[in-house]
Design a protein around this ligand. Sequence first.
Ligand code: FAD
Length: 465
Amino acid sequence: MPPAATKSAARIPTAIETVLKVIDIFRTRPVGPETHISCIKVVDFDQTCIIKAPMNMPTLSQTHEAIVIGGGIAGASIIKSLKNNHLNNFLVIDLGNSPAQGTSGHDGALCHPYVGRGASRLQRLSMIAFNEAKQIWANYWSGKGVLHLARNAENHDKKLMSERLLSQGFSFDNAQVISSNEAKVLCGVSLAGTFFPEGGWVNLKQICEDLFSELTDQQTMMSCTVKKIAYRDKYWLVYDEEQKIIGVTPRLFLANGLGVKSLAASANIDLPLKPVRGQLSTFGYKKGSPWANCQPRVALSGKAYCLPPIEMNDGSYQWMVGSSYDEHEEDLSVWDQSHQENLSLIQEMLGTKCDLAEIEPVDAFVGIRCVASDRLPIMGPVKGHPGLYILTSLGSRGVMWSALAHQMFTEHLAEELRHSAFLETRFFAGARLAGLGLSEDLVSALLPARFLAGASNSKPILPSG
Ligand SMILES: Cc1cc2nc3c(=O)[nH]c(=O)nc-3n(C[C@H](O)[C@H](O)[C@H](O)COP(=O)(O)OP(=O)(O)OC[C@H]3O[C@@H](n4cnc5c(N)ncnc54)[C@H](O)[C@@H]3O)c2cc1C
């Protein structure tokens, strides 16, 4: 038995050796800074000092400044915000083998401000978001206006409607109440309504594809399903289906549509999201068909919506009409019933009784919208979960809400980086959006916290929409 003094002297180099070994582990298997030191276990602190790291300990290549889950328009708008803030060490993960394989595969998504009876939050937010969308998605914008049809054409009171629009902040330049005669000249159809000269449609798929084409292989991880997320020592860990850590980050963005519900639940966050299946039909009809007599020159919206028909090389027409709305349905196959619904809605809207034998479905787009219980988008940092952000529930307004989110996240990240701290209880809107009328109550109406806080926040925010 060696004397006590000798034993104690012998332990000193072992402790140093421990430290060196730890440093060595960080050097050779570099992990996210101070973060994962708690994962490292000293299993035999004696003569040999063995240090063991868990099998699935993340390596430096898995640590990113930001991780975005979802490669649809929500993910694309966040990627743009990260790039604007020079946060280029990011990773986008999607279960598809290419971007926009989900709802954002839509190539003709309509965009115009919402018109309701009063200045609801939806109406006020949509005016701001429309303004952003026109600028941010300008390169993908098509069309020469949108005619939003009056609900009741017979009682279409131009004076009353115009006053209502003025009181909601519209001007004659951006919203014109028109009679059916005026509509015939302006839009090609004799239908009264509100004309939005700046309205149009956007190719969501193209936006996503173009943005992804600029990313490096290191910035994307395709064909990979994220199964759960967990927060450890100031970092978010992202797990795949085999429970393997595939990414580590201080900033995690959940932008994976309806999939946000289960990922948020894995971090004990309960969000009231539901699926709403939608089918958009492309109908074809021949040259000279009676359908060719009611051809709008602009996009129409109302109970259904349609784009102006496109003339094909052989003189026939293709006409995009949508979209069915089936709550709690997630079937992605094409339904005949939805084609029929779309056709009868558009007939009702146009007041036509053309022969159904003269028109047939030639193509379809089916997607599953993600909709929150109050039908507003969910965007912003998650209170009580530092570094976690959500962008989902874009519902039927992906064009507008993604543009608003892009501007909000750009400003918010800039502010966070300025202060080197997460602003988890606030969503920083910035002077530009505030100038457009984005007030505190509107920002609160977007935050995930509206579903996470107490009873006062649980009542529906929006009666209309
Ligand atoms: C028929 C139809 C018509 C519509 N018309 C319009 C319109 O006219 N105007 C308009 O503005 N909007 C319209 N919309 C809505 C618009 O398409 C959506 O709001 C928008 O595309 C939603 O984008 P997103 O990025 O949130 O979701 P998505 O595009 O669905 O993207 C989510 C992505 O996350 C990925 N993902 C999901 N879970 C995981 C996971 N666990 N791990 C990894 N990746 C995952 C998916 O693969 C997908 O790529 C329409 C929708 C439908 C269905």
